[in-house]
Write a protein that binds this ligand. Structure first.
Ligand code: NDP
Length: 331
């Protein structure tokens, strides 16, 4: 088994990732938090043997082979660089960093240190998203021309903190949700977004100039146009991905989520039918792929490079909304 150190006593670590590591057959041997009390409480709750308020102390432990980083977004870069310097493989949360140069520096540092870097874009592990990708690839809808991602949800009160109040921590719905949406599109379509136009909304949750809603249009390398709609402020909504091709369409409902749920419908000249899916825990699959990759087999669901590219597209959306201009996404 791979022995993991966790950096960040976060909600996602608490709710999903400890369980995911164990489901995949690996161990969590250490937890580091900015606060000793929070690290100790997290360790006690999850039966983790070592707790510390020092990332360096965690990275110095020889029993830690890989780290999972789920601190606030502003801390990812420095923590990944430190992990690489300590020779630890890294699975880092999205968005990889606050800006593209930092994210690229993280990729370069991990490559130079000979450690694996993965980005925890969990949606790539969803049976629904994988089915969409496979069907698109197989030509089931002909040439894909348009895609629409509906990811307008209500931000749970439990996590109504830095996401809506703290720009310095990397808050805002674009860095949080749009980065997932563009990554999902890159994965499903197998092409790259090249330019973006967008408008944001700050309806009632976000403060400090942060946005809590956004609509964006992205043009992909094959000419496809994608509409991405994300929000924290809407209750009782349905999330979805729709892909419209010149021969047919795919509609996936309830698929922008952390749970292994949702459906995919294919409509073509033969009519409409549900696609058969084998649902499984998204995070456990992500950990399993990462662990295989660090043993030399395959690749993480989303690599460090994927994290950079999806961040670049999300930040282009942010820049377009801010400037009112169409923004090119660096290749
Ligand atoms: P949290 O706000 O729960 O945790 C982030 C950090 O905030 C923690 O590492 C912790 O710092 C600090 N913190 C947590 N609780 C408290 C508290 N009560 N008082 C003071 N500080 C606290 O964030 P999330 O778990 O929602 O997100 C963490 C990261 O994971 C983000 O980068 C986010 O984008 C990503 N994420 C990814 C998801 C995915 O599906 N891929 C889903 C959700 C989040 P410390 O460690 O120093 O104690």
């Amino acid at each position: 088994p791979v022995r993991w150190g966790f950096i960040g006593a976060s909600t996602i670590a608490h709710e999903h990732m400890v369980n995911a590591v164990r489901l995949a057959g690996h161990e969590v041997v250490a937890i580091a938090s900015g606060s000793h009390a929070r690290a100790a409480q997290f360790a006690a709750e999850h039966g983790i043997p070592f707790a510390t308020d020092s990332v360096d102390a965690l990275l110095a432990r020889p029993d830690v082979e890989a780290v999972y980083i789920s601190s606030t977004n502003d801390r990812h870069c420095a923590q990944v660089l430190a992990a690489a310097a300590a020779g630890k493989h890294v699975l880092c949360e999205k968005p990889l960093a606050m800006d593209v140069p930092d994210a690229q520096r993280m990729v370069d540092a991990c490559r130079a240190a000979g450690v694996l870097l993965g980005t925890n874009h969990h949606l790539r592990n969803a049976a629904t998203h994988r089915a969409l990708r496979d069907l698109v690839r197989a030509g089931a809808i002909g040439k894909p021309l348009f895609a629409r991602v509906h990811h307008a949800v209500y931000l749970r009160p439990l996590v109504q903190g830095w996401r809506i109040h703290d720009p310095a921590a990397g808050g805002g719905v674009i860095r949080d949700i749009v980065v997932h949406d563009v990554d999902a599109l890159r994965f499903v379509l197998g092409s790259e977004p090249q330019e973006a136009v967008a408008m944001t909304q700050s309806a009632y949750l976000a403060t400090q100039g942060l946005e809590d809603g956004v609509m964006a249009v992205l043009r992909f390398s094959d000419g496809l146009l994608a509409h991405v709609h994300a929000a924290y402020t809407t209750r009782n909504t349905v999330t979805s991905i729709e892909i419209l091709g010149d021969q047919g369409s795919l509609v996936a409902r309830d698929v922008m989520t952390v749970q292994p749920v949702g459906s995919v419908m294919l409509r073509d000249a033969d009519g409409e039918r549900p696609v058969e899916l084998a649902q499984e825990n998204l995070y456990a699959r992500g950990v399993a792929l990462f662990a295989s990759a660090l043993r030399g087999q395959g690749a993480p669901a989303a690599t460090g490079e994927d994290g950079v590219r999806s961040l670049a597209a999300a930040l282009a959306v942010a820049e377009s909304a801010q400037t009112g201009q169409r923004v090119r996404i660096p290749a």
